[in-house]
Design a binder for this molecule. Structure first.
Ligand SMILES: CC(C)(COP(=O)(O)OP(=O)(O)OC[C@H]1O[C@@H](n2cnc3c(N)ncnc32)[C@H](O)[C@@H]1OP(=O)(O)O)[C@@H](O)C(=O)NCCC(=O)NCCS
Length: 187
């Protein structure tokens, strides 16, 4: 992983000192549950999650260029052994609701996808959203992912929920790449 810089954002490594900023949004009921995780119960809870994420080293802190403060996270995750074997990773993200609707995750994801295909040479990037998560659906559509299938899964409370899955192939990305600069922004 390396720091990625876009027009408005710096995507950098997570730090344990991000815990208060993470807790500030991750405790809200409209963030984690839409992404499959339970709202953080305490600052200590956020600190423990950060420790885990830092160890896994596949999640960036989303920060604004104007202020080095965590406002969300974005990552490329190998969810299981088979994904690692097939050289594919899954894109995941969450943003403090104070910043929703400004295209911030779209901008971050374009840079992360570019990094995934060009710098670490993944063959495929996957992305999914719960069927009721229209905001994430819109991000995935705007990024240009292709719908593949639906699958039944469980939410963080073990209630059944339908997940819509999408993918993007490296070869297709490379074909279209002349349209993008090195931060993944359309030129
Ligand atoms: C999904 C998420 C990351 C989108 O981030 P974002 O930077 O706000 O994305 P965008 O600005 O591109 O907005 C996406 C859509 O949400 C809509 N939106 C923004 N704020 C909204 C709000 N408060 N209520 C309803 N819709 C909203 C926008 O209108 C946009 O749709 P459009 O392109 O048709 O206009 C953010 O909503 C989030 O963190 N949600 C909770 C966690 C989550 O769902 N993670 C993804 C799991 S798959």
């Amino acid at each position: 992983m390396k720091t990625l810089v876009t027009k408005r954002l710096i995507l950098r490594h997570l730090k344990l000192t991000d815990a208060p900023d993470l807790f500030a949004y991750a405790h809200k009921p409209n963030i984690g549950p839409m992404a499959g995780w339970s709202p953080h119960r305490s600052l200590q809870n956020s600190y423990n999650i950060l420790k885990l994420l830092i160890k896994e080293d596949d999640t960036w802190a989303i920060t604004l260029k104007s202020e080095d403060r965590l406002i969300g996270t974005i990552g490329l995750h190998a969810r299981d052994f088979y994904q690692a074997l097939d050289n594919k990773k899954e894109l995941g993200y969450a943003l403090d609701d104070i910043y929703w609707g400004q295209g911030i995750v779209l901008e971050a994801a374009q840079a992360v996808i570019n990094y995934g295909f060009i710098e670490i040479e993944l063959d495929e990037i996957l992305c999914g959203h719960y069927i009721h998560n229209h905001q994430s659906k819109r991000v995935i559509e705007k990024l240009g992912f292709t719908f593949t299938h639906e699958k039944e899964t469980e939410d963080y409370q073990k209630y059944p929920v339908t997940l819509k899955m999408y993918h993007m192939m490296r070869l297709d990305y490379l074909e279209k790449r002349f349209q993008y600069d090195n931060t993944g922004q359309k030129v």
